[in-house]
Write a protein that binds this ligand. Structure first.
Ligand code: FAD
Length: 698
């Protein structure tokens, strides 16, 4: 019978952010001003492990809880003891601090090995259970990277479990639907995306929790190979406040005005989405293509750009033609003119930096394609659009890694979308997405061709595959990027780096990250943010067939059932009306949303389609094909009306390119009100019939 090693993390409580949590000068969040709590999804993972123990009927199964963090992280272990943990371990050491996900996954994996050896006595029948992601990092990378280090199967995005015929079957979220799977071998790692049945502390357990000694390990106890800043493969180079939403966020108090806004939005739309589409920032040019080698306007940091600007001006003023031979006297003059902006060492580094003209990384810019039923995922096309821009700047080619079975017919669409080379990995065992088999295939291709950049869509599949592949090939990874740009760090002699910008701490700060100690720069990018190029069927490209050896032993999951939304939904409609969990029932969805759609069709003479949030689909209000969002469809209508939808990031990603978003919600603090153009605070059952009637009058 199984035992459970649960991973938990202490995180800042981002749900309680007040104004004084922000630094007034930089506008960024000061973490020390926030209370610390157990990461919510880890609390759910703990409850999930206990649920697994209960349904397996094994009262003797052990629940061992592990956390890595500062000494005060002991609190989350006491939280766990007060609920169901039998044993708790705190991995704490200054040497472990400042780690990225690689240098977090690695020591955690070594600690799991030690628990398996010392506590579980090398018995193989155990699950490592963790939350899908932590609220401070939001990467979802640590569990798959840890699984990769341990050589274990990873079942990510789990939302349920059943115990049948002596083994667990897990329900999990996949792109476009859900799936029931079982691990083909144990141990296995599972990550919990949602389990909303909290565990409460008992009186007896709380008393025991306060008395129990927490086992503490330091880095020498586990002998991990990649720890702390040194072991990390990415570095944060800048943290800054997120830009304000460009949506209007206007409150509307009466139904008649709302009806008028609807008519104006569809009849008078300007064709431009409120946000999400990239604006044309200046395209990067390699130094050797610039008019002068002194032109260093593409430095990654504004300060470095400014310093080079001052230096360039002074060099021109002093009439210096040979930069490598600048005299000490001229340097003194430059430093005096710089007025303390930079000192002598920096000046020397900047001057040496002029010699840097070649990109620090070599190779193509790759996109790892995602597809199902012979159709390429829209996010793959968006990434090819971005890859084209990056590759043109770096004067290299766009490659697409296309793994699967029966895949070659998709190559033409990928080339038309902007790819030059399609690296196909065709194998019967890649017919369904199995993390281990796909990881083996894609890692094999990456290490055969060594692209300088590898991009994946930040879908459940991409966020699972990218950590495993990048960890396997020894490269850093940045999750869920919303910005990718090529920049230089001339002072360090590094040209053409991929700077990866992403939201962190629940979207409260933005971070720009670079890759280090790696041969490829790898990122997952948020669907709906990058821009797809118009297809050009006349483009020519090459198909390169890459062979990999795979056997049944490489398959880690048994897929029991897959449910994906079918076709038949016209998401190219002008107007999409979506219902969320707030619709309360299938009848409400049918009647209220149906009546409104009918009214809109008549009044606007436009195509109107029904959409839904994932929660509404899970409640059975409508079929999965209607789901909008990260794991549903990304839509870009003229008008999107959200009825009873809270505004979770996974939903809003799917509507980023919509022109106008209107939200109806009874909660005056609904998060969607900060991400829409117009909103009305009202109960759906009250407002929708009135709105349908008002549509006839405006
Ligand atoms: C990996 C992953 C992928 C996901 N992919 C998607 C995805 O593709 N699409 C998606 O939508 N979600 C997705 N989700 C789920 C997402 O996180 C949210 O759970 C989901 O979007 C919530 O749906 P909802 O807004 O309908 O429900 P809730 O968050 O429960 O919100 C319901 C809203 O209805 C309001 N309400 C209640 N009653 C009324 C009433 N009578 N009148 C008016 N308003 C009312 C409430 O105030 C509330 O704001 C994903 C999650 C994960 C982890």
């Amino acid at each position: 019978m199984s035992d459970y090693i649960v991973l938990v993390k202490q995180v800042p409580d981002v749900s309680q952010i007040t104004d004084n949590a922000f630094d007034p000068e930089s506008g960024t969040l000061v973490r020390t001003r926030l209370a610390n709590v157990i990461n919510e999804l880890d609390a759910q993972a703990l409850a999930f492990a206990q649920y697994m123990k209960n349904i397996s009927g094994d009262a003797n199964a052990r629940v061992v809880v592990l956390t890595m963090g500062p000494p005060m992280a002991e609190e989350v272990l006491r939280y766990s003891l007060a609920r169901c943990a039998d044993e708790v371990i705190l991995l704490t050491d200054k040497a472990l601090g400042g780690a990225d996900t690689v240098a977090t996954a690695n020591p955690l994996a070594y600690a799991v090995r030690k628990i398996a050896r010392d506590t579980l006595k090398n018995e193989k029948d155990y699950y490592v259970v963790s939350g899908m992601q932590s609220v401070d990092g939001d990467t979802a990378q640590v569990p798959p990277q840890m699984a990769e280090e341990l050589g274990l199967p990873c079942i990510a995005y789990v939302t349920g479990a059943a115990f049948r015929n002596g083994r667990f079957e897990f329900t999990r979220i996949i792109s476009g639907g859900s799936q029931v799977v079982a691990a083909r071998k144990l141990p296995a790692v599972i990550t919990v995306a949602k389990y909303e049945y909290p565990l409460f502390a008992t009186f007896g357990a709380t008393r025991r929790a306060n008395k129990t000694k927490v086992t503490q390990w330091g880095s020498e106890d586990i002998n991990a190979t990649l720890i702390g800043v040194k072991g990390s493969k990415t570095a944060v180079i800048r943290v800054f406040p997120p830009g304000k939403s460009t949506r209007k966020c206007k409150h509307i108090s009466d139904v008649k005005s709302l009806a008028q806004v609807i008519v104006d939005s569809v009849k008078g739309g300007d064709g431009k989405p409120g946000q999400g589409v990239q604006t044309g920032a200046e395209r990067y040019i390699l130094p050797k293509r610039r008019a002068s080698l002194l032109d260093r306007r593409f430095e990654g940091l504004k300060k470095e750009q400014e310093d080079y600007c001052i230096l360039g001006e002074q060099i021109s003023k002093l009439g210096i033609t040979d930069v490598s031979g600048i005299s000490e006297a001229d340097k003194e003059k430059i430093l005096a003119a710089a007025g303390g902006n930079f000192h002598k060492t920096v000046l020397d580094n900047m001057i040496t930096g002029y010699e840097a003209t070649e990109p620090a990384f070599q190779g193509e810019v790759w996109v790892v394609a995602e597809h199902s039923n012979g159709q390429v995922h829209p996010a793959t096309f968006e990434l090819i659009g971005k890859a084209r821009e990056l590759a043109d700047s770096l004067e290299t080619k766009v490659g697409v890694c296309l793994a699967g079975f029966g895949i070659e017919p998709m190559a033409n669409d990928l080339i038309a979308a902007g790819a030059d080379n399609i690296y196909t990995i065709e194998h019967k065992l890649l017919g369904e997405f199995d993390p281990n088999a796909w990881r083996k295939a894609v890692a094999d291709a990456v290490s055969a061709y060594w692209p300088q950049i590898v991009l994946y869509a930040a879908t459940p599949q991409g966020r699972m595959l990218a950590p495993m592949v990048s960890y396997r090939v020894g490269c850093g990874l940045t999750a869920d990027c919303t910005g990718l740009a090529i920049k230089d760090s001339s002072r360090k002699g590094e040209i053409g780096l991929l700077l990866q910008t992403r939201p962190a701490l629940g979207g409260n700060v933005m971070a720009t990250i670079r890759t280090k100690n790696s041969r490829s720069q790898t990122a997952t990018a948020r669907p709906g943010v990058m821009k797809r190029l118009p297809p050009d069927p006349s483009r020519k490209g090459q198909v390169i067939r890459h062979k990999v050896e795979l056997t049944q032993d490489d398959i880690c999951l048994e897929i029991i059932k897959t449910e994906r939304g079918g076709g038949g939904v016209n998401f190219a409609a002008d107007v999409i009306v979506s219902g969320g969990k707030g619709m309360q029932s299938r009848d409400n969805y049918e009647q209220l949303l149906g009546t409104l759609c009918e009214g809109l069709r008549e009044k606007l003479q436009a195509k109107v389609e029904r959409g839904a949030s994932r929660a509404a689909v899970e409640q059975g209000f409508i079929e999965r094909a209607h789901q909008v969002g990260q794991t549903g469809t990304s839509v870009a209508p003229k008008l999107y009306i959200a009825l009873g939808i809270s505004g979770a990031i996974q939903h809003m990603i799917g509507v980023a390119n919509t022109e106008t978003i209107i939200a109806v919600n009874s909660d005056p603090n609904a998060p969607i009100f900060k991400q829409c153009d117009y909103y009305i605070v009202a109960a759906i059952e009250d407002v929708v019939p009135k709105l349908a009637a008002a549509m006839k009058e405006v």
